[in-house]
Write a protein that binds this ligand. Structure first.
Ligand code: MV4
Length: 507
């Protein structure tokens, strides 16, 4: 009757904690694995059991297939959840799990392989009638071939690595004169990054939106879409803030995108949770970009707007259960926005800012969800991606979700390290964000504008501090007036200035 005897989580920090929570809720014992620097990590504390993998280097720990399978065998785990990143999209790992008789909670190695190469994916999607950006569906043989294709589809064009992702091996080319050099650059970067120099051409979409569709597929042929996420707010191919639903997608567009996403998933023989990424142009035409064959960082915004627990469903699907609902049962309700809190220094080019968390004040209250991998006293290691936590605001509409998130960000305090938290106040208060004028160039434009210290108007913050001091003086309930009023007023004002100074220091 039990879904699994025990689940090992081949990951760390917030996503490991997220999966452990799902295991707990389902009554399944959880097993953590950790590297030397993660001995005291939150996921290790929360799991029922924990196994050491080895040194911090990912190749000797979270990317080491042999060590992870060995830990699973020792623990008696019959399933592995890979989280995101690390081995989550590694077809060889999925196959190695299958060969070891351990259920990989995700798609099959064959589905991953199909999506692992963009040219292969484009070939399959062409057959399935999925719209994608015009271009080639195989690697370029020469610069001359590139020039010919580019003349046909028209500049600007995009050169992309077939094995690529995250913008590596990608070049925007405006004219024929630039093409040869760009192709050489893209090829060598692709070879260096992926060990595969295959590069192909797409027509470039200028300032697209990035919108993705969540799907779930069981192992009995039933596939559903769970609505889209707007992920246009990113910097250097790293997402910063995501929301569901997308402000520009109406129910008709959602249905059309969803049906395309189902076709993609079915063409890949897909099972479990997956995401189909689209580029959307200014006229709201959408084009298949790629499929992510894992649970994504931003899955909570879909959970909040659908009321579903995606990790719970992933586990049930992996155990061979049927999806417990049909497409027509999926209802999108309300609006959710996620902020990715990174240990990085916005004043120093967003460089990672590891160190000890000396003070942690946590937000809560209506419409707030926090998925976190940190705790007070924990030292953030330098060795991995600097994501600390995700703060998600939910409301009946976008405006309420935004207001709740701003309120919660004001309650949230992470002391001892630098974080990107003030950036979110800037975004959420920005008129363009509030008007949903978003595309993949949005954040760079915002960051180029002259910024002040507080995320709101600098002079305004100063005035607010003074006004707070005056209110404190005039309000009898604060008992600041009277004989000792002068000194108490000074204290109240000093504390306001301290708050402003603290925020200044956190910038
Ligand atoms: C594009 C594009 C415009 N036209 N393809 C960047 C990462 C990779 N996954 C795909 N990317 C893009 N592909 C065509 N034909 C613009 C981008 C792009 C982008 C896409 C999604 C999210 C952020 C982005 C930032 C810059 C460029």
């Amino acid at each position: 009757m039990a879904l699994f005897k025990k689940i090992l989580i081949a990951n760390r920090r917030e996503i490991a904690v997220r999966v452990i929570r799902a295991c707990r809720a389902l009554g399944i014992p959880s097993v953590a694995v950790y590297s030397e620097v993660d001995r005291a990590s939150l996921h290790v504390r929360k799991a029922d059991e924990a196994y050491a993998l080895g040194p911090a280097a990912a190749a000797e720990s979270y990317l080491n297939v042999g060590k992870i399978l060995d830990a699973a065998k020792r623990a008696g785990a019959d399933a592995i959840h890979p989280g995101y990143g690390f081995l989550s999209e590694n077809a060889k790992f999925a196959q190695a799990c299958a060969d070891a008789g351990i259920k990989f909670i995700g798609p099959t190695a064959a589905s991953m392989d199909m999506m692992g190469s963009k040219t292969r994916a484009r070939q399959h999607m062409g057959v399935a009638g999925v719209p994608f950006v015009p271009g080639t569906s195989r690697g370029l043989e020469s610069a001359e071939e590139g020039v010919q294709v580019a003349e046909k589809i028209g500049y600007p064009i995009m050169l992309k690595a077939a094995a690529g992702g995250g913008g590596k091996g990608m070049r925007l080319v405006h004219t024929r004169a630039e093409l040869k050099e760009a192709l050489e650059g893209a090829r060598s970067e692709a070879q260096r990054s992926f060990g595969d120099a295959e590069v192909y051409i797409e027509k470039a979409i200028i300032n697209p939106r990035h919108i993705e569709m969540q799907v779930l597929a069981d192992e009995h042929g039933s596939t559903v879409y769970l609505g889209e996420r707007e992920c246009s707010i990113q910097r250097r191919h790293q997402k910063v803030l995501e929301e569901a639903p997308s402000p520009i997608v109406d129910s008709d567009m959602r249905r059309r995108m969803g049906e395309v996403a189902l076709r993609v998933a079915q063409a890949a023989g897909y099972t479990n949770a997956g995401t189909i990424e689209f580029l959307v142009d200014a006229e709201k035409n959408f084009y298949f970009l790629e499929m992510n064959t894992r649970l994504q960082v931003e899955h909570p915004v879909t959970e909040l707007t659908t009321g579903l627990d995606l990790v719970h469903l992933q586990i049930r699907i992996a155990a061979g259960e049927r999806l417990p609902f049909r497409q027509e049962d999926v209802v999108i309700r309300g609006h959710a926005i996620e902020c990715r809190i990174y240990a990085e220094d916005p004043d120093n080019n967003f460089f990672p800012s590891p160190g000890k968390i000396t003070l942690l004040l946590l937000p809560s209250g209506p419409g707030i969800r926090r998925d976190s991998g940190m705790y007070e006293g924990w030292t953030v290691p330098i060795d991995y991606d600097p994501l600390l936590a995700k703060l998600i605001g939910y409301g009946t509409d976008r405006q309420q979700a935004t207001a709740r998130l701003i309120r919660a960000l004001n309650e949230y305090f992470v002391g001892g390290i630098k974080t990107n938290m003030l950036l979110f106040r800037r975004i959420l208060n920005d008129p363009d964000f509030q008007a949903a004028k978003l595309d993949t160039g949005y954040l760079d434009r915002l960051l180029k504008r002259k910024q002040d210290s507080t995320g709101v108007d600098g002079k305004g913050a100063e005035l607010a501090a003074i006004a707070a001091g005056l209110f404190a003086l005039l309000d009898p309930s604060t008992a600041l007036n009277g004989a000792a009023g002068g000194t108490k007023l000074e204290a109240a004002m000093a504390s306001q200035w301290k708050q402003a100074g603290r925020e200044e220091g956190l910038r």
